[in-house]
Design a protein around this ligand. Structure first.
Ligand code: NAD
Length: 243
C-alpha cells in the first residue's frame, strides 16, 4: 500500500518504521517546513494518508484529503470541538476518515477487560477500586487521557462509582465512597502504565497495561490505514476491532 505521512514528529517517525516493516511504501512525507508537498504528484498518488500533527493544523489536512479523494487516518488530539464540521465536509466529499484518540490495540483490549471486570463487581460491593497511572517526567498533564477514558469506562459500568478523583501520588486526598481515585506518578522515562486495582479485606485483584514505547500507537495507526483502504465513511477503533 502507498502511504503518505502528514506530520513527521515522534509519531510520524514511528509510523514510517512500522509501515515499512509491514511491506508498505512511504510515497510522501509532509511536515511544517514543506507544506507544498501536499500538492505533489507523489502525495496525491497515496492509497491512504496518515496524519499526526497539531490540533491547530489537523482539520485543514482532513479537508484537503477529503477534497482530493484521499482516505485519511488521524491520531492528532485536541481538535474534537470541530468534529461536526469535519463530518459535514467528509460527507459532502464522500470521503474516508479513521480517527482514534488512542490507537493502541492493547489499551483497547485492556479497556474491554476493565469494563467487564467493573460489571462483575456490581455484585460484590466489598471491593473498592482505584487506578494508578505512571508516565515519564516530561508529561505535563495528569491524569493521562488514557486514564480518563479508562475511568469513564469503569464509571459507565460500576453503579457505585460516579466521580473521578485524580491526585498526585505524593498527596493523600479524601476519596468519597462514590469516587474513583486515580493516583498519578511521574517517573524517569516510563512510556505509560495504567493499573486498576479492586481491593477487599480478604484479597485484591489487579489488571495492568504497560506500554513499551510509542510503537503501540503507531502499529494501530498502520492497521487502521490497512483497514480504511477502499472504504468510505467515518471509522474508529470499535469498527476495526469488531468488538
Ligand atoms: P510531535 O510534536 O513530535 O510531532 C508533530 C509534527 O507535526 C511535527 O513534526 C510538526 O513539525 C508537524 N506539523 C506541525 N504543523 C504541521 C503542518 N501544518 N503540516 C505538516 N506538519 C506539521 O508530536 P507527536 O508525538 O508526533 O504527536 C502528534 C499528535 O498525535 C499530537 O496531537 C498527540 O497528542 C497525538 N498522539 C496521538 C496518539 C494516538 O494514539 N491517537 C498517540 C500519540 C500522540
Amino acid at each position: 500500500m502507498k502511504i503518505a505521512l502528514i506530520g513527521y514528529g515522534k509519531m510520524g517517525h514511528e509510523i514510517e518504521k512500522i509501515a515499512l516493516q509491514r511491506g508498505h511504501s512511504i510515497v510522501s512525507i509532509v511536515d511544517r517546513d514543506n507544506p507544498e508537498a501536499l500538492a505533489s504528484e507523489a502525495f496525491l498518488s497515496a492509497d491512504v494518508v496518515i496524519e499526526f500533527t497539531t490540533p491547530d493544523t489537523a482539520v485543514q489536512h482532513y479537508t484537503y484529503c477529503f477534497e482530493h479523494g484521499l482516505p485519511i487516518v488521524s491520531g492528532t488530539t485536541g481538535w474534537l470541538a470541530r468534529r461536526e464540521e469535519v463530518e459535514r465536509v467528509r460527507k459532502t466529499c464522500d470521503g474516508a476518515f479513521f480517527y482514534a484518540s488512542n490507537f493502541s490495540v492493547g489499551v483497547y483490549i485492556f479497556d474491554l477487560v476493565s469494563r467487564h471486570l467493573a460489571r462483575l463487581m456490581n455484585a460484590h460491593d466489598t471491593y473498592d477500586v482505584r487506578m494508578e497511572e505512571v508516565h515519564h517526567i516530561h508529561k505535563k498533564d495528569h491524569p493521562s487521557g488514557t486514564a480518563l477514558s479508562l475511568a469513564e469506562g469503569i464509571l459507565s459500568e460500576l453503579e457505585r462509582k460516579a466521580t473521578i478523583v485524580p491526585f498526585l501520588d505524593s498527596e493523600t486526598p479524601a476519596i468519597p465512597a462514590d469516587g474513583l481515585g486515580i493516583a498519578c506518578s511521574r517517573e524517569a522515562e516510563v512510556p505509560g502504565i495504567h493499573r486498576i486495582r479492586y481491593e477487599s479485606d480478604i484479597d485484591s485483584i489487579s489488571i495492568e497495561h504497560s506500554a513499551k514505547g510509542r510503537q503501540g500507537f503507531a502499529f494501530g495507526a498502520v492497521l487502521a490505514a490497512e483497514y480504511l483502504k477502499g472504504k468510505k465513511g467515518t471509522f474508529g477503533m470499535k469498527d476495526m476491532m469488531g468488538v
